[in-house]
Design a protein around this ligand. Structure first.
Ligand SMILES: Nc1ncnc2c1ncn2[C@@H]1O[C@H](COP(=O)(O)OP(=O)(O)OP(=O)(O)O)[C@@H](O)[C@H]1O
Length: 285
């Protein structure tokens, strides 16, 4: 079963359109949502959370329409923009948020409060960006959601806490069978933990695959510039040509390169490579 499904979703903002978006987040796994700046990640997440109205299409959460308020109880939403709560302390925020959730776990809340070392009586507006993110995470996790949706959760966090967070998400997924959907620019965070990757570019999905398939099928091929002509270029998703040679992203069966011997080097592609070449088809530098 899918925790999140978007069917033919369309949304037009001032200078930007989400076109016929079909997106599937399987239950019980970590799905990374990646894409360059302004590609539509936050817009998509806001539509899933019903903060932003869709123009056309359908969004389903656990098989139910995303407008159903019971289904929202099952979701923990993490984002760093807590502007609505700037004048609140965590104490006051808790008095508003906790009663909303049937599954609120006070013991768990206190343990995360300790673990994240957040002040209970200080106004949110005096928090750093990282503290705000931790605060958002605290409230999202304390009601034991089945689905955690996170918009850029690692931005603003120092490397130590970022790593801890990533490891913690992995634990949640393994031990509690939670589903995690997170958008990020930091693709190296996902190389370690994601089971599925969805790549969005200019409001359209250009890749939706599990990590195993990605590891198996995407490679970076390197060789001499002379090897690149109109025919060989056709083999690649994207090519970067420099004075000393070419680097290119290849998807498919590596037997294509069997006859090339030592003339080429083939390496597993990272998510960063995939994002780079899918975004820029040809680069000459
Ligand atoms: N409130 C808004 N009104 C109109 N257009 C908006 C609004 N917010 C964002 N946009 C536009 O929608 C497009 C997609 O933005 P969005 O924030 O969804 O991208 P993103 O992938 O999350 O980007 P980033 O990685 O930089 O956070 C951008 O062109 C942006 O200018």
């Amino acid at each position: 079963m899918n925790a999140i499904e978007l069917h033919h979703v369309t949304k037009t903002r001032k200078d930007f359109t989400i076109k016929n978006l079909n997106l599937f987040v399987p239950q019980g796994y970590i799905t990374g949502f990646i894409g360059p700046n302004g590609s539509g990640k936050t817009t998509t997440i806001q539509m899933i959370m019903d903060i932003l109205k869709i123009d056309e299409g359908e969004i389903r959460l656990f098989g139910t329409t995303h407008k159903d308020h019971h289904v929202k109880q099952r979701i923990g939403f993490v984002y760093d923009d807590l502007y609505m709560y700037e004048d609140f302390t965590i104490k006051k925020m808790k008095s508003f948020i906790a009663p909303f959730y049937d599954s609120w776990n006070e013991e768990l809340f206190q343990s995360y409060l300790d673990r994240f070392q957040l002040p209970f009586y200080k106004k949110i507006k005096k928090f750093s960006k990282g503290m705000k993110m931790k605060c958002s995470l605290l409230f999202a996790l304390a009601h034991e959601p089945e689905l955690i949706i996170m918009d850029e959760p690692t931005s603003g966090l120092d490397p130590v806490f970022r790593r801890e967070l990533i490891e913690h998400l992995q634990e949640l997924m393994t031990n509690e069978k939670q589903t995690i959907f997170l958008s990020t620019h930091i693709t190296t965070d996902l190389d370690r933990i994601a089971d599925y990757i969805i790549f969005i570019h200019n409001g359209e999905i250009s890749l939706q695959k599990n990590m195993e398939d990605i590891r198996r099928h995407f490679h970076v091929v390197k060789g001499k510039t002379e090897m690149i002509d109109d025919d060989t270029k056709e083999l690649f998703i994207g090519t970067q040509i420099t004075g000393v040679g070419f680097h290119a992203l290849f998807e498919g069966d590596l037997s294509t390169f069997e006859g090339f011997g030592d003339e080429i080097i083939v390496e597993e592609a990272s998510l960063e490579d995939i994002m780079f070449y899918l975004t820029r088809k040809e680069i000459v530098s």
